[in-house]
Design a protein around this ligand. Structure first.
Ligand code: PSU
Ligand code: MN
Length: 305
């Protein structure tokens, strides 16, 4: 691995060159790879996301913490190392990144952790599958993903297929409102529901192409310090059917309750139970949507550059 510096924060040569040349760059997270998707598809998905960004003409910057350094532009070998079970990579939100680096460990970054590092590196666009949000039992557990507060703190445009359908979607949309984070549908005025193209909630704003998305964010930044969520739905032909989705959701919520999981473990357990219950169909949908989001993020990043 070749790094442009030796500090706690390192940028790969390819990303450093792209930054210097003003090319479009898309930050990609690693929690989805390490904690969100099963082996060995996870590495295939990461490879497909990077390829989708490259096909759009932009440069991918996969972000994670390896051997006590925040790496912007992990190679596929480094990513495989981070994802290997014996590495025990932690799940790093924005608040964890600095401490994890100082402690010299390994960690995969969530959306929150990724945009904290991306912003520090001068990258303003990121892609993920589904954003974190307010959990259904939040009135008791207070479990609300730090992805939301991170979006209110770092001026990064995030492309996601809405928020995960395991969440309280109405409450999440309300929190994004309170936090001042605009939500803009990509060619839709319906808020997507991750595995489903339509969560049942409508959006006030939509854009028709990547230029409009880039312009909306550039203009937003003139008035606000927050990021912006571009909500890109999965193709209707590829979504999980209502029946399968709802049955899997019931099973996943029950599983999490029985196991008594809390905190960082909730989302991975719910996603894993979805995968088991749907016999892998949810994994295929997750894969399709995150690759499509990486492609769109690449086109948006190119519109800025
Ligand atoms: N999108 C996916 N799969 C994932 C995630 C997003 O398709 O696993 C990850 C992201 O890293 C996101 C995290 O930030 O789930 C949310 O975790 P939590 O609910 O614990 O904040
Ligand atoms: Mn949480």
């Amino acid at each position: 691995m070749i790094y442009s510096s030796n500090g706690p924060f390192v940028v790969s040569d390819e990303v450093a060159a792209a930054l210097a040349d003003g090319r479009g760059i898309v930050a990609l997270e690693t929690t989805i790879v390490v904690h969100g998707l099963p082996q060995p598809v996870n590495i295939d998905v990461a490879r497909d996301c990077e390829a989708a960004v490259r096909d759009s003409g932009a440069v991918p910057a996969t972000i994670g913490v390896l051997n006590g350094r925040a790496v912007v532009g992990l190679s596929l070998d480094e990513l495989a190392e981070l994802a290997s079970p014996d590495r025990h990579a932690a799940k790093l939100s924005a608040r964890d990144v600095g401490v994890a680096i100082a402690r010299g460990g390994h960690g995969a970054t969530t959306v929150a952790g990724t945009i904290a590092v991306a912003h520090r590196a001068g990258i303003a666009v990121m892609a993920t599958g589904g954003l974190g949000g307010v959990h259904r039992d939040a009135h008791e557990s207070y479990d609300e993903s730090a992805d939301l507060t991170a979006l209110s703190r770092y001026p990064v445009l995030v492309v996601a297929s809405g928020v995960k359908s395991i969440l309280d979607i109405a409450a999440t949309l309300e929190r994004l409102d309170s936090l001042g984070v605009p939500v803009v549908g990509y060619r839709t005025d319906r808020f997507p529901g991750f595995y489903r193209s339509d969560s049942g909630y409508s959006l006030e704003w939509s854009v028709g192409d990547e230029r409009e998305a880039a312009r909306a964010f550039e203009t937003h930044r003139e008035f606000s310090p927050t990021g912006l969520l571009v909500a890109n739905p999965i193709d209707v032909e590829r979504e999980l059917s209502t029946d399968v989705h709802d049955a899997a959701l019931t099973s996943a919520l029950e599983k999490a309750r029985l196991l008594g999981v809390t905190g960082k473990d909730v989302t991975p357990v719910l996603l894993a139970e979805f995968a088991r219950f749907t016999e892998g169909r949810s994994v295929q949908v997750n894969r399709d949507l995150v690759v499509a989001n990486a492609a769109l993020a690449g086109r948006i990043a190119q519109s800025f550059s």
